[in-house]
Design a protein around this ligand. Structure first.
Ligand code: HEC
Length: 640
């Protein structure tokens, strides 16, 4: 869950953060206070040192300047030269003794000493540190004092060293040689120490120690107390701010978090409201949260409605599609990409005699296809699965009882949502019956055509027998029209039509007395009118037969001229059927190359010249050109 991710709780984070900042501040405060207090103690000790030293100096000065000279003067008469008494003759001794009284009165650890190298009294002998200062003094005439904090026996002291007395001439009586010194002195102190001094020598250093441990200790105690107070304050602030955080920030946030969790786990909570907390920011946040929850709820409801609606629609569509597949009188076949049967519909079951359970998962090709087709169709199938749509493939399937059925297939590849081919959907129509009907129809057509042609042959022969033509006349015309038509690029069907028309086009002539036709080629008056009616007569007779070709029209138009000067309608150019235009030329050629009772046959060359003379007037120039081409280039010959 999201909550388990290692993010600290906000409350803990804030408290710890504030705590750490506070502790750091407190520690810094305590350290500064402690340091300042020690510094203060040091300054105070220095002031004290000054007082003590000056006091001692005053005492010393009194001894040297006033008391000693006075007693010396007073005792001069009754004092022997060898007499010596350190109690009043040595101010050093006197001060040391005063110091002892002082120490007994004040045990705080102050100590004063007149330190000298090779001191007469061992109590005045300089320690290592004092000796170093004295040596420095001997070198450096300007050096006066030295203040440091030293740790002595584990305790801190302010140590002040100050330049002491300087040897004068009067001092040398007791500090030059033992012989010079009073006997009493050498008797008491011996003849070794504090001799051989010279005038100008620094004789001693005043050394004062003031203990700091007490001041330091009190600074530490104060720091400790301060720390305790600060910790107390810290705890108070902590508690108060924690309470405030909890009350005004964390609790409202927790409420919001819990609600969000509820919504996340149970959608039904969507839209539920949380109470308004204190504080503008949280109030606004809560308001936004509540608003969002309501909107989401609303949207979810709408979405659900929409999903239900769509589901219902889809279900209906699916039901419809399924019922289509179930009831359609069409084969529905689904194969996987390897050609195994996934499903067949009830119609296929009915047609094939197999139940779906029997063939499901079986190889389509070896189950349903005749052995000879299997490989070629498997290849086709692999192409189809390679993503294209095929339509109109026809192949046979073998039913359970061994019958072969012709099926026309439409294939479509099935794809998954990524576009990968997962199978093939084939829709099949049983066309066995249709094929059979087609064949029967073709046969009947052929028969009809044969019959028609037979009938036409009969008519043609009848015309030839009755009319003024030599036998074979129609065959000649037919051969020529057919040749011209082919040269002009007419279709096979048109050629067929023109051939048949050529056999009957002059059927109308049968109604005209044969004498008209045999007597002369020049007709006039009633005869001419009668003659010119023959295409119409032929047309009216032939139109009663329903030919698939415009035989009657060709017959009607075959005497029309290209320039409109023909008969019976006087139509021109393209208005005349191309078949009629061809027939006009062929008829003329055949007529002129045939012997008549009133004239001889013209030679072919002459005939062709006559024809080309009328190209564009009587005859269609294209037809004439094709015809001349036939004779001249192809060597076409009229049959004898
Ligand atoms: C009459 C003899 C006498 C005279 C004069 C004298 N001193 Fe001393 N001095 C002593 C004696 C004795 C002591 C040792 C006292 C003791 O510490 O018990 C002493 C000790 C000292 C000490 C202490 C250090 C050490 O060497 O023991 C100093 C410093 C000193 N004298 C300086 C002087 C100076 C400066 C003068 C001249 C102004 C002077 N003295 C004159 C007898 C004398």
């Amino acid at each position: 869950m999201i909550g388990k991710i290692r993010t600290p709780r906000l409350g803990i984070f804030l408290n710890v953060g504030i705590g750490i900042v506070f502790i750091i501040a407190a520690v810094i405060t305590v350290i500064i206070v402690n340091y300042s207090m020690r510094q203060q103690a040091y300054i105070e000790a220095q002031a004290k040192a000054r007082i003590i030293l000056d006091r001692n100096l005053a005492t010393h000065t009194y001894f040297s300047e006033i008391m000693k000279p006075s007693i010396f003067a007073w005792s001069e008469p009754f004092r022997s030269k060898e007499y010596f008494d350190h109690t009043w003759m040595s101010s050093t001794y006197a001060l040391r003794e005063i110091e002892k009284y002082f120490k007994s009165l004040n045990p705080s650890g102050y100590s004063f000493k007149d330190a000298a190298i090779d001191a007469r009294s061992p109590e005045n002998e300089a320690d290592e540190y004092e000796r170093a200062f004295l040596e420095k003094l001997a070198m450096d005439k300007k050096l006066e004092s030295d203040i440091t904090v030293r740790n002595i026996d584990g305790k801190p002291y302010l140590v002040v060293l100050r330049k002491g007395e300087v040897m004068e001439a009067s001092c040398l009586r007791c500090h030059s040689t033992p012989q010079n010194a009073p006997k009493g002195l050498t008797d008491h102190y011996g003849p070794e120490r504090s001799f051989n001094r010279k005038t100008g020598d620094v004789a001693s250093a005043v050394s004062l120690r003031i203990p700091l441990s007490e001041a330091y200790a009190s600074a530490n105690i104060f720091s400790l107390k301060l720390s305790a107070i600060l910790i107390g304050i810290l705890i108070c602030i902590f508690t108060i701010q924690y309470w405030f955080y909890r009350r005004y920030l964390l609790e409202p946030l927790n409420v919001m978090r819990d609600k969000a969790k509820e919504i996340a786990t149970h959608e039904d909570h969507l839209g539920e409201q949380i109470p308004q907390p204190f504080g503008r920011e949280l109030t606004e946040l809560t308001a936004s949260f509540n608003e969002m929850a309501i909107k989401l709820r609303h949207e979810r409801d709408q979405l659900e409605e929409l999903v239900d609606q769509r589901t219902e629609e889809l279900r209906k569509e699916k039901d419809f599609a399924e019922s289509l597949i179930q009831t359609a009188q069409t084969i529905v076949l689904v194969l996987d990409t390897t050609g195994y049967i996934v499903s067949i519909n009830p119609y296929m079951e009915e047609i094939s005699g197999y139940r779906l359970e029997e063939v499901q998962g079986k190889d389509w090709f070896s189950t349903f296809l005749p052995e000879c087709d299997r490989n070629s169709i498997r290849e086709l199938f692999l192409k189809a699965v390679g993503n294209f749509q095929t339509q109109g493939n026809v192949n046979q399937i073998v039913t359970k009882d061994g019958r072969k059925i012709d099926i026309e297939w439409s294939d479509k590849t099935l794809k998954d949502e990524k576009g990968n081919v997962v199978g093939l959907l084939s829709i099949g129509q049983d066309i066995t019956e249709r094929k059979r009907t087609e064949i029967a129809l073709q046969e009947s057509h052929a028969r009809l055509e044969r019959n028609l042609k037979g009938a036409i042959d009969v008519i043609s022969e009848t015309i030839e027998a009755k009319g003024p033509y030599a036998p074979g006349h129609h065959r000649q015309v037919s051969a020529l029209t057919s040749a011209i038509a082919r040269k002009l690029g007419l279709t096979d069907f048109q050629v067929q039509g023109i051939e048949l028309a050529s056999a009957v086009y002059d059927i109308g002539l049968m109604t005209i007395p044969i004498e008209f036709l045999q007597d002369s080629e020049l007709l006039d008056g009633v005869k001419l009118t009668l003659y010119q009616g023959y295409p119409k007569t032929g047309h009216d007779a032939l139109k009663k037969i329903e030919f698939p070709w415009p035989i009657a029209e060709i017959t009607l138009q075959h005497r029309e001229c290209y320039d409109g000067s023909g008969f019976p309608q006087g139509i021109r150019g393209e208005e005349i059927l191309i078949e009629a235009r061809i027939l006009a030329v062929a008829n003329a050629i055949e007529d002129l190359t045939t012997h008549k009772s009133f004239r001889n046959a013209f030679p072919v060359n002459e005939v062709l010249e006559k024809i080309s003379a009328h190209s564009g007037s009587k005859y269609d120039p294209a037809v004439v050109a094709a015809c001349l081409g036939l004779f001249k280039e192809k060597g076409y010959k009229m049959e004898g």
